[in-house]
Write a protein that binds this ligand. Structure first.
Ligand SMILES: CC(C)(COP(=O)(O)OP(=O)(O)OC[C@H]1O[C@@H](n2cnc3c(N)ncnc32)[C@H](O)[C@@H]1OP(=O)(O)O)[C@@H](O)C(=O)NCCC(=O)NCCS
Length: 163
């Protein structure tokens, strides 16, 4: 059975998987302490993790999402995003995130209904201490994505917790 739990105690134990979603450990450590970490698992292993953080004005940022390498492309990433949308609709207006201009991630967010909302030039050059290479290309600009949550902001506090 697949379930999603919120980890509040030993968040660092998921660092190996979190590093798949974001290569720089000191950046992860910064948002992990104040962000909320959700872990998807089946009876045997951890399938995916996601960290979200309240950025004010009804906006929730996806700071990290990662599916374990041998479980990718099986729908778990989409399932995790849909869980986050359900859980936080009512308490947030929108979800947003930034990602590299990569053929591995951009189609994923587009297929999950996110729209491009901006570009931060040279983000990966200016903020990371080493070149980030994805699909053989060095990441340079950050592509910003946003998705409005269903129009019931302020009517409920966090919804379902299990999938
Ligand atoms: C990006 C990631 C979270 C997607 O999760 P996933 O479980 O592999 O993706 P899903 O199976 O839910 O894919 C849903 C849809 O997104 C799109 N998609 C996902 N991965 C894709 C890829 N590599 N290339 C093209 N489209 C892709 C497809 O439309 C897919 O639907 P389909 O399989 O029916 O064609 C996962 O691959 C991952 O952890 N990658 C490494 C870490 C990472 O890059 N994290 C994001 C940091 S911003």
């Amino acid at each position: 059975m697949i379930s999603i739990i919120e980890e509040t105690e030993n968040k660092e134990q998921y660092m190996e998987l979190l590093l798949i979603g974001d290569e720089q450990e000191d950046m992860i450590t910064k948002y992990l302490s104040r962000g909320r970490l959700f872990v998807m698992q089946d009876d045997e292993k951890v399938l995916a993790v996601c960290v979200v953080k309240d950025e004010g004005n009804g906006r929730l940022e996806i700071k990290n999402i990662a599916v374990s390498p041998d479980s990718q492309r099986k729908g778990y990433g989409r399932k995790m995003l849909s869980f986050i949308e359900n859980k936080f609709s009512g308490s947030f207006r929108s979800l947003f995130l930034g990602t590299g201009d990569s053929p591995l991630t951009v189609p994923f967010y587009e297929s999950c209904g996110f729209r491009r909302s901006g570009v931060i030039k040279n983000f990966f050059i200016d903020n990371y201490d080493h070149p980030i290479i994805e699909a053989g290309v060095q990441l340079c600009d950050m592509i910003c994505f946003e998705k409005e949550l269903p129009d019931n902001y302020g009517t409920v506090s966090e919804g379902i917790t299990e999938i």
